[in-house]
Design a protein. Structure first.
Length: 346
């Protein structure tokens, strides 16, 4: 993913010496996939008072500086927006897409890959392996400096990648000790169920949106079709549900063991259910706790909790792991069973 030496491949190479300092405030949204991280990302972006990584930043990362300096940015962004008009939403959820709407920084750091080694399958590395590592840190720093340059002023920069929550948020704190964190949680049964409902369709049918963002994902549909279909089929099994919940439980234990190591004035904890119930109050609490001047602006009909029918295989695995889940449920003041909890038809 690094800039190539050729100016044709990386137009920004000749302008990197113009970059200045990092933003003075980095805000990481930390939470499981399917826990509301994207909703929170959009709500923070919609305040207009923070900077954030956009779809345009991801798709045209190697030419962001060149496009701005040469005056091509508006045309390039308009062309991307035209391409995105054919895309209704992100595929995994009903959040809108657009050239200037929020996206994950992980697309700048790495490409999607799925390994069929026994260890990778047992650990489900394509979901749970961290992206922000010491090796990837220079790339993230460059991204942050580019965003600061393009903003033209010092703004808090919001960053999101769920993979860096599970077993990596303490390492992120140590790499970037001044960064602040918003931890978002959702009832684990709803998280598991949403995993199982959302990810297998992305492996079965190619998403034009995700293909724009991730060359590795697009490549699965051309050079590795058999492996992709094996993965898609496996995602609909009780075995896969067991693996996902096992890794989730391990990540909850990691959270409980390490959350106290993040300074209290550098983190805030919210729940998805509370965010849906009163998004304005949650945003005000985030701003107050982290020293951000946030004035909530909530898009009409934007915040709606998605309580989809719960799959039988999700219920079965959840019951098996309920004792291991109790410390996490108690810590977040969750009941054993979410309300509502409707079973999916058999």
């Amino acid at each position: 993913m690094a800039c190539a030496a050729s100016a044709a491949d990386c137009p920004d190479a000749r302008y990197l010496d113009r970059l200045g300092e990092m933003p003075s405030s980095l805000i990481f949204i930390m939470g499981c996939h399917r826990s509301g991280t994207s909703m929170l990302h959009h709500l923070l972006a919609h305040t207009g008072q923070v900077n954030y990584v956009t779809t345009y930043d991801v798709v045209h990362y190697n030419s962001l500086l060149a496009n701005r300096i040469t005056g091509a940015e508006a045309a390039v962004k308009a062309e991307l927006q035209d391409r995105l008009r054919a895309v209704e939403n992100r595929g995994l959820d009903h959040l809108p897409v657009g050239a200037d709407l929020p996206e994950e920084y992980r697309f700048v750091l790495t490409s999607f890959d799925i390994s069929f080694t026994p260890r990778a399958r047992w650990r489900i590395d394509e979901i749970f392996a961290p992206h922000l590592t010491p090796q990837a840190l220079p790339r993230l720093v460059e991204l942050c400096r580019k965003k600061q340059f393009l903003a033209g002023r010092d703004q808090p920069l919001v960053l999101k990648d769920p993979a860096d929550y599970y077993f990596n948020f303490l390492a992120v704190h140590r790499m970037l000790p001044g960064a602040k964190f918003v931890f978002i949680h959702r009832h684990p049964l709803q998280v598991l169920n949403s995993y199982l409902l959302s990810f297998s369709p992305m492996m079965e049918k190619k998403s034009s949106y995700w293909s724009m963002l991730d060359e590795g994902y697009a490549r699965l549909f051309s050079v590795r079709p058999v492996e992709r279909m094996v993965a898609a089929v496996s995602m609909r099994t009780g075995w896969y549900a067991r693996l996902v919940l096992r890794r989730l439980v391990e990540s909850f234990h990691y959270y409980l063991e390490n959350i106290s190591r993040i300074p209290q004035d550098q983190c805030v904890v919210v729940r998805y259910e509370d965010l849906c119930r009163d998004p304005g109050a949650c945003l005000q609490r985030i701003g107050s706790r982290l020293g951000l001047a946030l004035e909530p602006r909530i898009p009409e009909r934007f915040v709606t909790p998605r309580n989809r029918p719960v799959l039988e295989r999700a219920l079965r695995q959840y019951v098996r792991q309920r004792d291991a889940l109790l410390p996490y449920l108690d810590h977040l003041q969750y009941q054993m069973w979410p309300t509502p909890c409707v079973r999916a038809p058999a």
